[in-house]
Ligand binder design. Structure first.
Ligand code: ADP
Ligand code: MG
Length: 238
């Protein structure tokens, strides 16, 4: 079943058309990656799915329900950003538990969810630390942990690794792939890094100036790019 469906979705900021009639279908459990040059609309498209921006035209479906007018909370999504945005005065445990306690979960239920996420992300020994006592990679794992505890049907990632150094980026990429395998949730991941896209994606969506240039499996795009833009983007990792 298709988990996230966009039908002729557009977004204008004033008179500027940023997303231009995008049709897209992401299957349940699929790892979809949006790539394209800076300013092409990757973050905007993700924010439309998240409900952080209103759609100007078209229709969005999440889990089979029309989601155009749903609040971010009602969509069953969790978003992981490039900046970790952890609460500095809260421990790792409290940072992960916070969103759940807001939505009214019971104490035992929250505890179980936090400990399970910590286990998956190898954060168990760090639960009592403050963010300032963590490395960049550990902080980003906590940010991902906060998303996991909410048990969303769809994870949205906006360049989650771009603040990390190269070695850590590779390590985190492997961990995200492992996470996807382990929990099997639908993931939509934005990056401008071709290597990340090629290694993580079931399906790559190449965006250019608010349009979808091509959608396909990594090797399909690599071997059969539809045009020079896709060839240049997928064929020349930086
Ligand atoms: P990407 O993530 O691919 O780099 P964005 O989705 O952030 O691109 O931006 C796409 C275009 O939309 C850019 O030209 C950007 O300046 C514009 N844009 C994004 N957000 C806003 C906003 N809130 N108001 C006006 N223009 C915006
Ligand atoms: Mg962006």
């Amino acid at each position: 079943m298709a988990e996230v469906v966009l039908k002729n979705v557009s977004k204008d900021f004033g008179s500027v058309k940023v997303i231009r009639g995008v049709d897209l279908s992401i299957a349940d459990g699929e790892f979809a990656v949006f790539v394209g040059p800076s300013g092409c609309g990757k973050s905007t498209l993700l924010r439309l799915v998240a409900g952080l921006e209103d759609i100007s035209g078209g229709d969005l479906y999440i889990g089979g329900d029309r989601a155009n007018a749903k609040s971010p909370k009602e969509r069953g999504i969790a978003m992981v950003f490039q900046s970790y945005a952890l609460y500095p005065h809260m421990t790792v445990y409290e940072n992960m538990a916070f969103g759940l306690s807001l939505s009214g979960g019971g104490k035992a239920e929250i505890d179980a969810a936090v400990r399970k996420a910590a286990d998956i992300l190898e954060l168990t020994p760090l639960l009592e630390r403050l963010p300032k006592q963590l490395s960049g990679g550990q902080r980003q794992r906590v940010a991902i942990g906060r998303a996991i505890v909410r048990n969303p049907r769809v994870f949205l990632f906006d360049e989650p690794l771009s603040n990390l150094d190269a070695a850590l980026r590779v390590q985190m990429r492997i961990e995200i792939a492992k996470l996807h395998k382990e929990i099997g949730a639908t993931m939509v991941y934005v990056t401008h890094d071709q290597v990340e896209a090629m290694t993580l994606a079931d399906k790559i969506v190449v965006l250019n100036a608010g349009n979808v240039e091509q959608v396909g499996a990594p090797l399909e795009l690599y071997h059969h790019p539809r045009n020079m833009f896709v060839a240049g983007f997928i064929g020349s990792p930086k």
